[in-house]
Design a protein around this ligand. Structure first.
Ligand code: AMP
Length: 283
């Protein structure tokens, strides 16, 4: 496994593979890798001849006052995980490589980034779309792997890749969870033991809501109220949102007709956690 920092070198190596007819799988990450990331890398390994992982904590997707400075950076452990999961190349650019002096170009995907997390993290999805476009240019892969854990991000990137004619298939991968249901996240490292106990409420509430919809609940307001009560009872007081949305378009639903996604974001002290579950049609 080789570690490459320069944009020109990673592009050259990936282009060489592509010219030789090899398929290239790409897994963009911000590091602090865990079993969720590992599942993406292993899927790429199973499906592609060359596997590239990028590790880059992207400053433009953090708003002022968010956790950019304290975001966990664990490069040595990350490289071991990449090696074990079967990566061939790890791309570790510096901020100045992806954001050259005087950079003035951003990518904005209309509408999809406005609701859900976008409402609570202004500018976040412009930062995400911009850096992923840069990464796709640096790593011209055949397939790029993204987690359903960040469902809004996944939908936005699918749309961006289509709209901007990136020649890459976007592969959605299921959310990997801890044994009690908490979605794995690099930010879980911030949680104290007491906060960790409370954090599981988010996934519990989403899965319970899913059961209720499958049993026939259709009233979003009533269901949301119940979910809020359950979160508060579980020690989660700060709720950014609980939303029922149409898959792909992320339109908010009042009447809960599957297929849909239940999405939630909460804050536990300074830690912001997100999660979502799919509710498929019953027929
Ligand atoms: P991040 O490093 O948090 O930017 O995540 C990099 C990629 O890993 C994104 O496509 C995430 O959606 C995905 N990812 C993060 N956590 C999980 C998880 N628990 N299960 C599956 N994929 C995940």
């Amino acid at each position: 496994m080789d570690v490459v920092a320069a944009v020109s070198e990673i592009r050259e190596r990936v282009c060489l593979d592509r010219r030789r007819g090899r398929s290239v799988g790409f897994v963009p990450t911000m590091g602090a890798l865990h079993a969720g990331h590992r599942s993406l890398i292993e899927r790429a390994r199973a499906e592609c001849q060359t596997v590239v992982v990028s590790i880059f904590v992207n400053p433009t997707q953090f708003a002022p006052g968010e956790d950019f400075d304290r975001y966990p950076r664990t490069l040595d452990a990350d490289l071991s995980l990449c090696r074990l999961a079967g990566a061939d190349l790890v791309f570790t650019p510096k901020v100045a490589d992806l954001y050259p002096d005087g950079a003035r170009t951003t990518v904005h995907v209309a509408d999809l980034g406005d609701g859900l997390c976008g409402r609570h993290r202004p500018g976040h999805f412009d930062g995400v779309a911009t850096v992923v476009a840069k990464l796709f240019n640096a790593v011209p892969a055949t397939r790029a792997y993204f987690g359903e854990k960040d469902y809004q991000q996944l939908c936005l990137i699918e749309r961006m890749a289509r709209d901007l004619a990136f020649d890459v298939a976007i592969i959605a991968c299921p959310t990997v969870r801890e044994a009690d249901g908490l979605a794995m996240s690099s930010r879980n490292a911030y949680l104290s033991p007491d906060e960790r106990r409370r954090a599981v409420s988010l996934s519990r509430v989403l899965f319970r809501a899913r059961e209720r919809i499958l049993e026939g609940s259709r009233d979003s307001a009533a269901l949301r109220d119940g979910m809020k009560q359950e979160l508060i009872a579980g020690g989660v007081m700060e709720i950014d949102y609980l939303e029922f949305v149409r898959p792909k378009t992320l339109e908010s639903l009042l009447r809960l007709e599957p297929p849909l996604r239940i999405c939630g974001a909460v804050r536990i002290s300074a830690t912001r956690l997100i999660d979502n579950v799919a509710v498929e049609s019953s027929f």
